[in-house]
Design a protein around this ligand. Structure first.
Ligand code: AMP
Ligand code: MN
Ligand code: MN
Ligand code: MN
Length: 276
């Protein structure tokens, strides 16, 4: 069968707009046959997604997207085919979730210093039981009229170096890769061309990632252009990593990042799903 893979997307368990059930339904409508739900630092959406997948033609891969510190930058490490009940993983996630809760207060404090009030209550309300992310703050800044788009919210307030950015001591790259391995999963470096770093920095990060047991790198993503795909393909070859494909879908409001709308992986590159 000709499978259509999407191995990176978000639900209301983190900064996605759709519930896990709605997400699975939309993925099926878009022709996806194998879907990994990869919420930020939580596995809470997976049980519902699994139930929805059982009532659809979708094969669900249990996934996660972990925030990982490496040499004062934050990398995103996707875990695929993880056991969501693994104790080591769940213990690690509890720490990440505490860090997220503390960071949300600090971001709100910084916004108050910029005379922007009410952010904390608003993001707690909009995140409901899910992870509080900077996307929730971005949505708040848009809805209160401080900025006109999510992107502008990051550019003016939330991105690194901007007034409401809070430096966070996420788990290390080593810890996050280990949690994924302990949970029987495959560690994948997410969206390699989205980090603001030099090529030599990325080569150091990839050397470390490979040595720690990282197995794959995203090559085909929702945003990648031909140059970016080439860059990631070369990294994959150089470090002997499998290639992954994921849209990083968050919301139907951003139709340029749609479920399943991903360019093909280069044919010569071994695909991560060969490891499932
Ligand atoms: P967090 O993990 O809470 O720091 O939030 C990270 C999320 O914010 C990412 O997964 C994206 O969804 C979003 N994000 C990060 N940087 C940007 C940016 N420059 N523009 C728009 N969204 C961003
Ligand atoms: Mn996100
Ligand atoms: Mn990410
Ligand atoms: Mn993501």
């Amino acid at each position: 069968m000709n499978e259509k893979y999407d191995l990176h997307c978000h639900s209301t368990a983190s900064d996605g707009a759709l519930s896990p059930t709605e997400l699975v339904k939309r993925a099926q409508q878009q022709g996806v046959t194998v879907l990994a739900l990869t919420d930020h630092d939580t596995v809470d959406g997976l049980a519902e997604a699994r139930q929805a997948a059982a009532e659809s033609a979708i094969r669900l891969i249990d996934g996660i997207e972990l925030s990982a510190g490496y040499k004062s930058q934050c990398l995103h490490i996707v875990g695929l085919n993880i056991d969501p009940n693994n104790t080591t993983l769940l213990t690690g996630l509890a720490k990440q979730q505490d860090l997220r809760a503390e960071r949300a207060k600090k971001i709100a404090d910084k916004l108050e210093k910029n005379r922007i009030y009410g952010a904390y209550d608003a993001v707690i309300q909009s995140a409901k039981d899910g992870m509080v992310t900077r996307s929730h703050f971005a949505d708040f800044l848009v809805s209160e009229g401080h900025v006109s788009t999510q992107q502008e919210a990051f550019d003016r307030y939330l991105a690194q170096g901007k007034p409401a950015f809070v430096c966070t001591e996420w788990a290390t790259l080593e810890e996050t890769v280990n949690w994924i391995k302990e949970a029987g999963g495959i560690a994948v470096l997410a969206h390699p061309t989205r980090y603001k770093c030099t090529a030599s920095w990325m080569n150091r990060a990839l050397t470390a990632f490979k040595a720690l047991g990282g197995q794959a790198i995203e090559v085909a993503t929702g945003r990648a252009n031909a140059d970016e795909i080439n860059t990631c393909h070369r990294y994959a070859q150089k470090y002997q990593l499998h290639g992954s494909a994921g849209s990083d879908f968050h919301s139907p409001e951003f139709p340029w990042l749609e479920l399943g709308r991903i360019s093909a992986l280069p044919k010569s590159l071994p695909a991560v799903w060969e490891l499932f």
